[in-house]
Design a binder for this molecule. Structure first.
Ligand code: NAD
Ligand code: ZN
Ligand code: ZN
Length: 370
């Protein structure tokens, strides 16, 4: 069939919205008519080259939609089912999946190539070329074909233009606080960067019982919005937070520091550690440029204060359990998804959406399709 998708043909160029040819799903795959896609900063890393995935690629990894065609050997999905895509697939059989770490599923290793997990080929073609898919999904499109391992079936009463946010930002941010940082009741938490990920790290920290939540972001409107998600204090930078956070925590500093800036910075790691309490933990959720291989930090501080630095992918969670769980928190009014969506766009507006993200205007921009 023919459909429309936003393609990145080369680094440092705009997304090109074009008609593409989409093949039928093969064994283990489904075709999905997308309802909406969130615009995460990780797709911007494709544009800047910080994430050096194979091009050309259809962008987008935060999507939800309706199954329109089921390939052979898929027993648990049928036409009309509503699905959210996990931005990392979960096969259910690899060592990570089978030990409760679906976020680290072995199939995730295929992500940089962007082809179908089943046979390494493409179902998407544009201008006579095979197209890769961001996170093997390609949600910047009206329709896509994905492996069943990427699909999480959800209940039909949840609006898909909210549910899409669970495909990356919500689980990543919430899990960064709840699972990776292991925020405890009474903790002082600092969340550095209040975008789609940071806003959810704040919500996670609040639900986990943090006493103080410091939202750190240079953009004033982000700091204001952070208070609505549960932040108790704000600062424009880690350097500016140092003194007031020290005072407010009676010298203890932050038990947990969650890094969710647009682009990670090795140079800023020293500040993050300085903000961290004895036996505290820094969670590195933001993505650093692939070529950045050094970070500055006091390693003596690490030893003498028993500080920890940990990475976190997809909130260190299990998408098959966490996506339904967080949707149920939304349904019961304990998780704000509506407030995350600052502005909606059409597929043709993809470049406007990323201009707004670069200008710091959006917590999350979401493309809503017909
Ligand atoms: N680890 C994962 O699984 C995972 C998943 C999704 C996204 N990410 C990454 O998380 C990061 C955040 O993504 P997003 O979509 O929320 O981005 P975003 O652009 O929506 O938000 C980033 C925020 O960081 C702020 N910021 C920039 N520099 C800062 C600094 N020095 N100090 C404080 N704040 C600063 C910006 O003003 C902005 O509000 C990106 O690097 C993204 O690639 C990681
Ligand atoms: Zn993302
Ligand atoms: Zn797996």
């Amino acid at each position: 069939m023919q459909t429309k998708a936003a393609i990145l043909w080369e680094v440092d160029s705009p997304w090109s919205v074009e008609d593409i040819e989409l093949d039928d799903p093969k064994a283990g795959e489904v075709r999905v008519k997308l309802a909406a896609s969130g615009m995460c900063h990780s797709d911007e890393h494709l544009v800047t080259g910080d994430l050096p995935f194979e091009l050309p690629i259809i962008g987008g990894h935060e999507g939800a939609g309706v199954v329109t065609k089921v390939g052979p050997d898929v027993s648990w999905l049928e036409e009309g089912d509503h699905v959210v895509f996990g931005f990392i697939p979960s096969c259910g059989r690899c060592p990570s999946c089978s030990t409760g770490h679906q976020n680290l599923c072995d199939l995730g290793a295929l992500m940089g190539l962007g082809m179908q997990a089943s046979d390494g080929t493409s179902r998407h073609h544009g201008q006579g070329k095979d197209l890769g898919l961001m996170c093997m999904l390609g949600t910047f499109a009206h329709d896509t074909v994905v492996n069943e391992a990427s699909c999480i079936k959800i209940e039909k009463d949840i609006p898909l233009e909210r549910a899409c946010l669970l495909g990356c930002g919500v689980v990543t941010g919430w899990g960064s606080s709840v699972y990776a940082a292991e925020v405890n009741p009474g903790d002082v938490v600092a969340v550095v960067g209040v975008g789609g990920i940071g806003a959810n790290a704040i919500q996670g920290a609040k639900l986990a019982g943090a006493k103080q939540i410091w939202a750190i972001d240079p953009v004033e409107s982000k700091r204001e919005k952070a208070m609505e998600f549960g932040a108790t204090h704000t600062a424009a930078s880690m350097a500016e937070a140092m003194e007031p956070l020290g005072e407010a925590s009676w010298g203890t500093m932050a038990n947990k520091v969650v890094l969710t800036m647009g682009v990670g910075s090795g140079e800023l790691m020293a500040e993050a550690l300085a903000l961290t309490a004895k036996r505290g933990r820094v969670v590195v959720t933001n993505i650093h440029p692939a070529m950045e291989a050094s970070a500055s930090m006091s390693l003596l501080d690490l030893t003498l204060m028993e500080k920890q630095v940990v990475g976190s992918l997809f909130g260190s969670g299990n998408p098959r359990a966490d996506i339904p769980k967080l949707l149920s928190l939304y349904r019961e009014g304990q998780l704000d998804l509506d407030g995350l969506v600052t502005k909606t766009y059409t597929l043709d507006g993809v470049n406007d959406g990323y201009d707004d993200m670069r200008a710091g205007k959006n917590i999350r921009g979401v493309m809503v399709y017909d």
